[in-house]
Design a protein around this ligand. Structure first.
Ligand code: DGL
Length: 297
């Protein structure tokens, strides 16, 4: 029996998935979260699907061993490679980010011309196009791989030292001529096609959403799958009767949510600094996971 007080497990190839964990904590303030960032093996985007699938299985099993009630694959590349595998293999409900992102985009688009910005792995899998066509067979999808966006965000996270900043409140951090030139170049296939909605199909891209919006134009709707994913998680927990708040209220107990983090990175201090910049709160409890431990799972 899954208990309402158990945490939600969330995993990503690194820190970017904290954008999803953040949306979860905003929408579900009573829920505890156990977040794993496989930072040492990041990026997943350029890797083969079979390798990403095996990493996702390892992290998924690790989280499932730690008593979670639901798992969110916050990483788009891992969702593309391992969503169905993890759904079949794990003993808890599994939610990915692609289907919610596609749904939000379909709902927002009036022209039915939708752009997808993602990693090479996600684009190659065609998962967003399939999810979009499943929801609306008439949509025209243009997919763009933008691996340089991941690199740019990673470099900023690693060296920016944004100890007291927050990407949501400091979008100007990425306001440089180099970033604009890169965004203009990589988004070129999305221009002049009547596209009115673009899905940010990679955890890192919301950090560049101000720059992406400036290039694509104000009338293009930018969809961050994190928000819709958080709504789906809420609805799933509610329907299964395992939403923390409602169950606690029934019992008259109110437990404070706890946030725990684990990473395969050897540098916990950098994970904490960059993590706070992405998550918006201190990462108080961080533990290290040895890759050798994951590889035995
Ligand atoms: N987390 C990945 C995603 O959302 C981006 C970073 C990576 O390539 O690992 O696709």
């Amino acid at each position: 029996m899954l208990q309402p007080s158990l945490p939600i497990g969330v995993f990503d190839s690194g820190l970017g998935g904290l954008t999803v964990a953040r949306a979860l904590s905003d929408h579900l303030p009573n829920e505890s979260i156990w977040y794993v960032g496989d930072t040492k093996r990041c990026p997943y985007g350029p890797r083969k699907q079979v390798e990403v699938r095996s990493f996702a299985r390892q992290v998924g099993k690790w989280l499932a061993k730690h008593d979670i009630k639901l798992m969110v694959i916050a990483c788009n590349t891992a969702t593309a490679a391992a969503f169905y595998t993890l759904q079949k293999e794990l003993p808890v409900p599994v939610i990915g980010v692609i289907e919610p992102g596609a749904r939000a985009a379909c709902m927002a688009s009036r022209s039915r011309k939708i752009g997808v910005l993602a990693t090479q792995g996600t684009v190659a899998s065609n998962s967003y196009a399939q999810a979009l066509h499943f929801l609306d067979a008439s949509v025209e999808v243009t997919q763009c791989a933008a691996p340089r966006f991941v690199q740019t965000v990673e470099e900023e996270l690693a060296h920016g030292g944004h100890m007291h900043q927050d990407w949501k409140h400091n979008p100007e951090i990425f306001d440089t001529p180099e970033v604009y030139a890169m965004v203009r170049e990589d988004c070129a296939p999305l221009l002049n096609k009547g596209i009115d909605t673009v899905v940010l199909g990679c955890t890192h891209f919301p950090l560049l959403s101000a720059q992406i919006k400036a290039v694509l134009g104000d009338d293009v709707c930018i969809v961050d799958p994190a928000e819709e994913t958080a709504r789906e998680v809420k609805e799933t927990l509610k329907r299964r009767g395992i939403l923390a708040a409602s169950s606690d209220a029934v019992r008259g107990v109110h437990a404070e949510p706890t946030y725990r983090f684990a990473t395969t990175s050897d540098d916990i201090t950098s994970f904490a600094v960059a993590g706070k910049f992405v998550f918006g709160h201190d990462l108080d409890s961080i533990e290290h996971i040895e890759l050798s431990e994951l590889e035995t799972l």
